[in-house]
Design a protein around this ligand. Structure first.
Ligand code: ATR
Length: 282
């Protein structure tokens, strides 16, 4: 019987996961259909009843369902439990297991595509939402030396910093403004934007989260926004001669990690990249 897989989110028109996951399944000759399951929040519980009884074998989960899925699966992986969010569901026997591959995908992309090992590094993380939390935990697990979280709402940044301090003492939260950013920007080796600033059709598509003239040349700038590929932050970083990594890499690598959990096979990375780039018109 053909396996049924997919991505669960709302809205989903922007998602390119079906493109690169179906390409990977086809390449590996796995008899599966990867759907785009656009499920409204009120319908999520009944959707879960369906996947328990049907020929479902796995799914990606995206906004706004990542946190709700924590309650709806039968078991959580250690990383999903730590982050409090599920971005990947694997059906094992009759059980639905929730995983989180955002953090591991982020680190794998850094190492594979920017040749950057975060161990011992000082990091500025912009944002304090769900994506930021997964990235912060993954960076701490990779043994970074220091983490500064810059967020528009300082309270939220402080809350995340307090949680993280329980596992690593060198964590601070600051305001996302020019004056507060000056000190960390003179001190870090990695800058990560984990907000939606700069995203096409997002709240602030033309802005850079950091004033362009403040981006140092001796850092790696990683924007997790993947559409457009050249965000205002990436363009400014390039102008200032900094190294850059776009958001497509984290997106594809979290998908690669998910594919490997679903199939127990190595993911065909080149095939997945080609399909993702084609879907984005790159
Ligand atoms: P996600 O789960 O995708 O991370 P989220 O939990 O809503 O989404 O978090 C979004 C992050 O982007 C937050 O850090 C948010 O800042 P606030 O905590 O101040 O809301 C940040 N963000 C979104 N739009 C922003 C904007 N226009 N300017 C600055 N920060 C923004």
């Amino acid at each position: 019987m053909v396996k049924q897989m997919g991505i669960i989110g709302y809205p989903l028109s922007h998602s390119i996961s079906p493109d690169f996951q179906q390409a990977a399944l086809d390449y590996c000759a796995i008899d599966a259909n990867f759907h785009s399951w656009e499920i409204q929040p009120d319908d999520l519980e009944s959707f879960f009843q369906n996947i328990r009884t049907s020929n479902f074998s796995g799914a990606s989960v995206t906004i706004p369902h990542k946190e709700k899925c924590v309650e709806l699966v039968d078991k959580l992986s250690p990383s999903a439990n730590l982050v409090g969010a599920v971005n990947c569901i694997v059906k094992t026997g009759n059980k639905l297991v929730g995983h989180n591959t955002d953090g591991t995908g982020f680190i794998r992309a850094l190492k594979a595509k920017a040749n950057f090992n975060p161990k011992g590094k000082k990091v500025l993380l912009i944002g304090a939402g769900g994506a930021s939390k997964a990235i912060a935990h993954a960076l701490i697990k990779s043994e970074i030396a220091e983490l500064t979280i810059a967020n528009r709402t300082l309270d939220r940044g402080d809350r995340l910093a307090r949680q993280l301090k329980l596992i690593m003492p060198n964590v601070d939260a600051i305001d996302l403004n020019r004056k507060a950013l000056l000190k960390p920007l003179g001190n870090v080796q990695l800058i990560v934007n984990s907000t939606s600033i700069g995203m096409k059709n997002g709240p602030d598509p033309l802005a850079s989260p950091i004033p362009e003239d403040l981006i140092p040349s001796n850092v790696l700038v990683n924007d997790i926004v993947y559409n457009p590929p050249d965000t205002p932050l990436i363009t400014a970083a390039r102008k200032n001669n900094a190294c850059t990594l776009g958001g497509l890499d984290m997106l594809v690598y979290q998908g690669i990690e998910a594919f490997e959990l679903w199939t127990n096979k190595d993911a065909p990375e080149t095939i997945m990249y080609a399909a993702a780039e084609k879907a984005l018109g790159i």
